[in-house]
Design a protein around this ligand. Structure first.
Ligand code: DGL
Length: 266
């Protein structure tokens, strides 16, 4: 069935990390109506159990799909995708694009053969990541580090707070400090919040390290899936939070920079 021209693309994350995907999507689909959904009441996902994340994501996406009839949902969150993508696809009819660690492109560009992966606590322990490693990083070394502290720093940065290179370096240091860490030349940013801190991470890791994340590839995948569909903007794009509106409004400038001027509560 063809989507109605005003049917939105729904981007979902626990917080503002999904804006890194929205920025790339806007370049390819500037005319697409968008709803950005942030489960701020559930942030951070990275310290939750698999069962908690799966229940939140499936429950919220089910509710939102029914209410707003999106033509496509993008789970713009590695934690939610690596835990719940299969399950959500099983229960919703809406096409779903997930965000999974960019191990494949990282394996293609590493010269030393040692790849780092920064994700949340929950993401780095997922079988989904083991499977990607087995499939795409054979013969390479993949070092993982849970750098959940970067989630709060990414949120703070988008609220306009000062975030220092030192704080970012401290949260990510465990990646290099493990055995073999001195060999890594490519780092997968396996959490959509982390590209928000790419300038700080670059400074912390030095110029010999290349950062890879999935936002561009995800945007291309979304564009491919909606190819040929008509778009009509009937209402202004908006962002919806599960948390307090007062806190969400501290992000008004960050959303405005991504073409979203209306913030509401679910
Ligand atoms: N942005 C999310 C991710 O990609 C999760 C951050 C969190 O809620 O811990 O993993």
């Amino acid at each position: 069935m063809d989507a109605s021209p005003s049917s939105p693309i729904l981007l979902f994350d626990s917080g503002v990390g999904g804006l890194t995907v929205l920025a790339e999507m806007r370049k390819l689909l500037p005319q697409a109506p968008v709803i950005y959904a942030a489960d701020m009441a559930g942030l951070p996902y990275g310290t939750k159990t698999e069962a908690e994340v799966a229940a939140r994501v499936a429950g919220l996406l089910g509710r939102m799909a029914e209410r707003w009839q999106p033509r496509l949902i993008c789970i713009a969150c590695n934690t939610a995708s690596t835990i719940a993508l299969g399950m959500v696809r099983d229960v919703l009819e809406t096409p779903i694009v997930g965000t999974v660690p960019a191990i494949k492109p990282a394996a293609a560009i590493t010269k030393t053969g040692t790849i780092g992966l920064l994700g949340t606590e929950a993401t780095v322990r997922q079988r989904y990541v083991d499977d990607l490693e087995r499939e795409f990083a054979q013969g390479k070394t993949l070092l993982r580090h849970a750098a959940g502290g970067l989630v709060a720093l990414g949120e703070a940065k988008l609220r306009g707070e000062r975030v220092s290179v030192d704080e970012v370096a401290k949260a990510a240091a465990g990646l290099i400090l493990q055995p073999g860490g001195e060999n890594l030349d490519t780092v997968v940013l396996a959490c959509t919040h982390f590209p928000l801190l790419e300038p700080e991470l670059r400074e912390a890791f030095g110029k010999d390290v290349t950062f890879v994340h999935g936002a561009e590839g995800i945007a291309r995948r979304i564009a491919h899936l909606v190819e040929g569909q008509a778009f009509q903007q009937e209402i202004p794009d908006f962002a919806v939070t599960t948390g307090e509106l007062d806190n969400f409004e501290l992000l008004v400038d960050a959303f405005a920079a991504h073409g979203i001027d209306r913030l509401v509560r679910l």
